[in-house]
Design a protein around this ligand. Structure first.
Ligand code: TXA
Ligand code: MG
Length: 379
């Protein structure tokens, strides 16, 4: 069943107010979350209403090409405060400002560095976020108190339409409860945020499935703070040398990641998760042995693997992410797979190792965080 608050066309959306209901059991207050989709007969009118919600200071979740975002007016400090509250997100963790026209970048950020224009020309609209010094117009509530701002022009028609029809600048983190895997379907957003936001635009499953690459352009050498679909090689072709934030693939000990959001536990399923590292056959043997022990202990096991190895595990719930020959498929399915284990009540999850060049770096970054950096070596 879809979300309990799903409604169809023509309902009123009173931004930021919704319809307040007293939950029967507790004293928590809920609002009705309107879910709209392109197949609704009056979708054009519903999009207009959704844009009005943003203009009035309310919250609308919308699809992008990477993951679903939870949007509010980026220039309104109160709207940003509502975003933090709905997600349960620490307020020192800044939001990305989404624009619908690369020309609007200058309005919110200092973009004098010619490399910034080159990157925008090469990758926007698309899954690249740039960190730049912010302009006065952007409230500190949106940037988590920082003097820099993250900006991105997403490549999704519904996102671009919502931004264009509303205030032109939409602050949007991923539309999940803080700490949970990012949403790649409208159903994931409903799971986490139904009753807490005004509206969800259901645009079906996203294309990429991992969040944008974040590139810090406020540093002398542009620095990748979060790996994504746009790889270091792709960036270097356009602007020359870039580097990775050294804190990225470590257990977070000693070095502090520069993107505040990268220091928090994230993407984590409820069960303990372990990554099993080694060559393919050794990994399969190790996971088989681990599963046998879990079986004897009467524990429920989940296994994350590839299409090539899914037939190798006789005990446990097997979730295949896709073929190792198609790393983009693995990226797209990862967050949905992590969420699926929560519905199965698994006690422990063992995952194969998915290191690969290109987007595989981003996949491993998310997996390491989901597993709390717990790695088992397969001999
Ligand atoms: O693909 C995406 O980027 C998605 C879609 C919705 O656009 N958005 C997204 O936002 O992933 P969020 O809030 O979940 O992640 C943004 C990351 C956080 O780790 C945050 O700390 C970092 O960007 N960030 C934002 N502004 C920053 C700044 N000024 N300096 C350093 N890091 C920043
Ligand atoms: Mg996020």
């Amino acid at each position: 069943m879809r979300g309990h608050d799903r409604h169809l066309a023509g309902r009123d959306m009173a931004a930021g107010q919704g319809i307040l209901l007293q939950a029967a059991a507790g004293k928590e207050e809920f609002m009705k979350t309107l879910v709209i989709k392109e197949s609704d007969p009056d979708f054009a009118q519903e999009m207009e209403q959704a844009a009005q919600v943003i203009k009035d200071g309310g919250l609308v979740a919308f699809p992008t090409e990477t993951v679903y975002g939870l949007g509010g007016n980026a220039l309104d400090a109160e709207a940003s405060a509502k975003i933090y509250a709905a997600k349960g997100r620490p307020s020192d963790n800044p939001l990305i400002v989404h624009i619908c026209d690369p020309e609007d970048l200058d309005k919110v950020a200092v973009a004098d560095d010619p490399r910034v224009r080159k990157l925008a020309d090469a990758f926007w609209p698309g899954p690249l976020t740039m960190i730049l010094n912010k302009k006065e117009i952007v409230p500190k509530e949106t940037t988590g108190g920082l003097d820099t701002v993250a900006v991105r022009c997403p490549n999704h028609p519904l996102a671009l339409e919502l931004i264009r029809r509303s205030t032109g600048f939409i602050a949007a983190p991923s539309a999940n409860t803080s700490g949970r895997p990012s949403p790649t379907k409208a159903e994931h957003v409903e799971e986490d945020l139904s009753g807490k936001i005004d509206c969800i635009i259901d645009g079906g499953e996203v294309g990429i499935g991992l969040e944008s690459t974040i590139l810090d352009m406020s540093e002398e050498i542009p620095t990748i703070l979060r790996p994504g679909y746009i790889t270091p090689q792709m960036l270097e072709k356009v602007i020359g040398k870039v580097r990775m934030d050294p804190a990225l693939m470590t257990a977070g000990k000693g070095q502090r990641p520069k993107a505040p959001g990268m220091k928090y536990r994230h993407y984590a399923p409820k069960a303990q998760m372990y990554l099993v590292k080694g060559d393919k056959d050794a990994v399969v043997r190790k996971i088989q042995a681990l599963c046998q022990k879990e079986k004897e202990a009467g524990r429920k096991v989940g296994i994350l693997c590839s299409d090539e190895t899914k037939g190798c595990y006789p005990y446990g719930t097997v979730v295949a992410l896709g073929s190792r020959d198609h790393e983009e498929e693995i990226a797209r399915n990862l967050f949905d797979a992590l969420r699926s284990f929560d519905h199965m009540d698994t006690d422990v999850i063992y995952s194969e190792w998915f290191e690969a060049p290109g987007i595989g770096i981003a996949v491993m970054n998310r997996m390491m965080k989901a597993a709390g950096h717990q790695v088992i070596a397969a001999e």
